[in-house]
Write a new protein. Sequence first.
Length: 453
Amino acid sequence: MVKNIVNSQKEYFSSGATRDYNFRMESLNKLKNSILKYEDEINSSMKLDLNKSKAETYITEIGIILDEISFHQRHLKKWMKKKHVKTSMAQIPGKCFITPEPYGTVLIISPWNYPLQLCLLPLVGSISSGNTAIIKPSEYTPHTSDIISKIISDAFPKEYISVVQGGVSETTLLLEEKFDYIFFTGSSNVGKIVMSAASNHLTPVTLELGGKSPAIVDESANIKLSARRIAFGKVINAGQTCVAPDYLLIHKSVKEEFITEFKNALNSFFVDKDMSSMVNIINEAHYNRLKNLMRDEHIILGGTFDDDRKFIEPTLIDEVTLSSPIMRDEIFGPILPIISYSNLSECIEYIANFEKPLALYIFSENKENIAKVTGSCSFGGGCINDTIVHLSNPNLPFGGVGNSGIGSYHGKKSFDTFTHYKSIFKQSSIFDVPFRYMPYTDKKLNIIKKILK
């Protein structure tokens, strides 16, 4: 089945149908209309899979995709144009230009934490770039995966865009095929498997991974606002976000005030005492992992859980060290460890103990401190005096660095990701320059030296 789908998509791509501007625009419209058609079912599936509310579903899933589609539609004609570039002296009287072309048939493997957004957002780039695509949504969010399949099958023929559902075995079968591009979002461990499989065919990849993304709060920060924004970044999707603040580095002089304001922020977020509106943990394995991470730690806020709901209350943990179990891997849950510091250099040294993170957040009103952190630490992207929202702007490329990812997307960068830029030189046939040809004489060499220097 997988092989048949791949082959039919390669044949369809070879027909040239996907390259046309009007076809791409129409396809983007079809995707948008299909999403809107199934909006109620999307909301229901998100509720079943993650206990996600309609508002959070729209903010973090549907709305971001619709905005991305609109952005591509506004700019696609310009992006598709060939670009003339300056001709070098050695190439005169010819002309040089760069023309964008689609890669071909691409594979998009998406995760469970934002099952709609992280599946369809890269698809927007694939469509606008003129590719055919096979989508592999997560088996951990079965209801949403079913809706994704409906959205796609309702809008597109299988030879153009197709959904393959299933688990590890289906993903393995897909990775055995020769694609022209692979786009993967998930963990670093699985990312290595994807990259290894891609290397068998020398297939280029984009890997959107994760890591331990720090948040820094210095003594100059607006503590009430910092606590509110960090709390938002940690509880949205129950912390199951690749760019969620993973741990907090805070100046010791403002630590107690921050804890108080963090608690106040949570109280303002959840009018329901049991936080029944908060997203649940995706499954038993992740839920038990998070419970184990809290064991024997110094909990100063939260820490309760509900086994029936797979719910964990937003939790602050104090007196954390590098050797603490919770600092070994990305947390991916509503638990925030706190590390106090006296000098900002300690933060930079602490961050250097981990792989390069996908995000970094600094809360400060001190320009020197901001410049020191952003200039010294390597990370995918981030915010100054906020969390998470940098990924909502299609003008900002989103992606990791080092262990947190390879490549980026969103907006124009999504078009670039799924596009090969072909460089072409068109030579004049009116006359020919003789000194380029053998035999080479001293006179010819002197002319060449004057041109190529």
